[in-house]
Design a protein around this ligand. Sequence first.
Ligand SMILES: *Cc1c(COP(=O)(O)O)cnc(C)c1O
Length: 349
Amino acid sequence: MFSLDKLLRENIKNAKPYSSARDEYKGKEGIFLDANENPYGSAATGDFNRYPDPLQWEIKGILSNIKRVEPEKIFLGNGSDEPIDLIIRMVCRPGKDNIIILPPTYGMYEVSAAISDVEIRQVPLTEDYQLRPEEILKTVDENTKVIFICSPNNPTGNIMNKKDVEQILKGFNGIVVVDEAYIDFAPSSSFLSELDQFPNLIVLQTLSKAWGMAGLRLGMAFASKEIISVYNKIKYPYNINIATQQFVKEGLLNILNKEKMVAQILEQREKLGEELKKLSFVSKVYPSDANFLLVKMDKAPKIFEFLIGNKIITRDRSKVRLCEDSIRISVGTEKENEALMKKLSEWKG
Ligand SMILES: *Cc1c(COP(=O)(O)O)cnc(C)c1O
């Protein structure tokens, strides 16, 4: 049986959240002499002199409609990095507990765990980049607190088999994080619809990829009200600034813009994949459910350098286990992809 209460660190259970000046009075009108703000305005152009809403209810209201998840089941962070880091600090005792990651995968899970002095256990993906649920569950011990599943996975691009993810959710009494940073580019559905079925599930999404708001830093965690209330208790009080809240609100109301861009990126992804396959030194273009392609080729590190020399920057993944000889290429605009293909056609290995 999953019990958040049993999972939480003792100090987190006992922690009292910071009580901000704005917690005591909920009204919008009034003479605010409580938070030591500047009453005259801001040195910058814009209404920035007041502290932002600590719980970002306006944005959560809009997100709730888009995602069909209650606002109380949403946590917003400074990028996805914040909910990743906070979940580790919420349940993992430094020097005692461990997390499981499934490489090759996103680097931040490991970085956050290491900073918190939390052991990292690794269960590599299969050759075709799928999960090994049996092995993963065998690797769990009484100190395993979190399993991170990235789907679609970075850097391999594929979505994980739903049955395998569910097997892990059912077989593990700790937290299962399903990182869906690239879900808007995938044909299959999100795990958001399974939130009520699995009290140990946290789904991560972000505005950094499909929504085109990487610079604003807004990551989302969706989970039970219980998990979200602990997130809210331990986060920085004003973790999402006013400028981000304003621009994000505008962006979320332009969902058609996002959908148009996603359609363009998907079209370009297919085209770029086909073109890359025609190159003699490319041995494989992995199928992608994301906005990038993992491409296997002869002399990958040399080609990566050659591209850099031509001011085309890709990501060399050739030193990553199971990604040998591969580089990861983000899908660009039509023009950018053409420039990439032109340079690659000039490559003389
Ligand atoms: C890009 C990415 C994120 C998003 O990170 P942000 O901090 O929200 O910008 C999260 N997870 C994975 C796997 C990613 O590739």
